[in-house]
Design a protein around this ligand. Structure first.
Ligand SMILES: [Zn+2]
Ligand SMILES: [Zn+2]
Ligand SMILES: [Zn+2]
Length: 473
């Protein structure tokens, strides 16, 4: 709404206000009704009177050449009565950006006129003074059709929760006891090849059990295959420290597994995820992810498919395409963008639950990894994965624990043209230091998730982090 609309509709439109104007705190005119033109001097005097009312108490209020007696004043509101005609009056309200001024004539009760101006002032105060980084509010997650409570003031409480020990131990590049290192024997007796970049094998049950994901559902009782994929032969490296060129073979291997799953009739869904760090339940530091190819579609992706379908039916456009447009083009200061390139954007989603939660979203409507358009998009995906994971490590100068999951179209026989849009979720576990861990507790478990660091604050912190890994400096 424009300032002029407020004057025309909210003030004059009520029939209670005769003339009105809106000014900035410095006295600049923002909008006014046709015949209302108080002198600059008059406006300046009214504005200073919110802080010091001596002048208007002694000399009255001058407005548009008319003199009014000051009836009431405080630091937000001034009411005056016409010195000649006691049935007419003037009202001034100060919000944190503007000063609203209005007059009324005989026939309008002063209380009615005061209320009209007061209501607009209250509305503007609530709008402009609402601070996403100060005030509690709820945010809607359109992807999962759920709510998250955002209570930023909680970050100011002294922390008394659990402290974790920072994982600063230096690891060898090869660990003879690691079941993922090249040339080593695994639990079932198989020997790993001397692989150069990536290596995939089908996991045995024991391994699945010892390395359970926290955010993704276990394929209990459904047919499927659980694979483990090593990102690198080096035991002591993480994605954050890998070069873009070293990440490309990882993505190519994901694409292969996804593509091959179409040929296994009972497989309908492929979930690629990485649990990084001991506090995410990952016992082995060797860089790897898991790929669960299952008959049923897990719960979170199912919720997203339903929401995306509903959104498409209503708007005839893709929910995530629209969300990317909003974050990258429509919002001027881009408060939630961490980094971007031609093909992908990394944002702290508006509805994020976890501190530093991010999403990498394809900028074009790409349904799955196999739709990535040649080397350019492949390169861009590797680039943005490297940049966000590197920033994560640099936030607290530690190997940042997270769960990462890739969401894309299921590999079933249905048409997913409108309900799937390639994106990666990063759910980090750290809150404020390398040793303070975030849990869902109490109200969050029972009623709805709650967060204290806003997505905008998290994005700002992540943006400030270098894209050169702290260990490589
Ligand atoms: Zn290893
Ligand atoms: Zn889309
Ligand atoms: Zn998703």
């Amino acid at each position: 709404m424009s300032w002029q609309t407020y004057i025309d509709s909210n003030l004059l439109g009520t029939g209670k206000i005769t003339q009105a104007a809106i000014y900035g705190h410095d006295g600049t005119l923002w909008a006014a009704s046709a015949d209302f033109n108080p002198a600059q001097e008059e406006i300046k005097n009214i504005i200073v009177s919110f802080d010091d009312a001596t002048k208007i108490q002694e000399n009255g209020i001058r407005c548009n050449g008319t003199k009014y007696y000051a009836l009431f004043h405080d630091n937000q509101t001034i009411h005056g009565k016409n010195a000649q005609k006691g049935t007419e009056g003037v009202i001034a309200e100060k919000t944190n950006q503007a000063v609203i001024l209005g007059t009324y004539r005989e026939g309008t009760a002063p209380g009615e006129a005061n209320k009209v101006i007061g209501d607009l002032a209250d509305y503007l105060r609530s709008m402009s003074e609402f601070d996403f980084n100060e005030h509690s509010h709820r945010r809607y997650n359109p992807l999962t059709n759920s709510w998250v409570l955002c209570s930023p003031h909680r970050t100011k409480r002294p922390w008394q929760g659990q402290q974790e020990t920072a994982d600063n131990e230096s690891l060898p590049s090869y660990d003879p006891s690691c079941y993922l290192c090249p040339g080593n024997r695994r639990a079932q007796g198989d020997t790993n090849p001397e692989y150069q970049n990536t290596f995939i094998f089908t996991n045995d049950f024991a391994a699945v059990k010892s390395d359970q994901p926290q955010f993704l559902h276990k394929p209990d009782g459904v047919r499927g295959e659980c694979k483990v994929m090593c990102f690198s032969p080096k035991h002591n490296i993480t994605v954050a420290e890998m070069s873009k060129d070293a990440i490309i073979p990882v993505i190519k291997a994901w694409i292969e597994v996804y593509r091959n799953s179409f040929s296994i009739p009972y497989i309908n869904h492929v979930q690629i995820f990485e649990n990084k760090g001991a506090i995410m339940g990952c016992s082995n530091p060797h860089p790897h992810c898991q790929i669960w190819c299952t008959e049923s579609i897990p719960e979170e992706p199912t919720k997203e498919l339903i929401s995306m379908t509903k959104y498409y039916e209503k708007n005839k456009s893709c929910l995530l395409c629209d969300y990317v447009l909003l974050e990258t083009l429509k919002l001027q200061d881009k408060p939630r963008i961490v980094c971007e390139n031609d093909s992908f954007v990394c944002v702290t989603p508006f509805w994020a639950i976890w501190p530093y939660e991010t999403m990498i979203i394809a900028k074009s409507h790409v349904k799955s990894l196999i739709e990535l358009d040649g080397e350019k998009q492949l390169n861009d995906l590797a680039d943005i994965i490297r940049r966000i994971t590197c920033r994560y490590d640099n936030v607290f100068k530690c190997s940042f624990p997270y769960s990462m999951g890739i969401h894309q179209a299921p590999v079933d026989e249905n048409d997913h043209s409108h309900d799937s849009h390639l994106h990666l979720h990063f759910y980090p576990a750290l809150l404020r230091s390398p040793t303070v861990k975030k849990f869902l507790v109490g109200y969050e478990m029972l009623a709805e998730p709650q967060r204290d660091l806003t997505p905008e604050q998290a994005a700002e912190t992540l943006r400030k982090c270098s894209e050169i890994h702290y260990k490589q400096k």
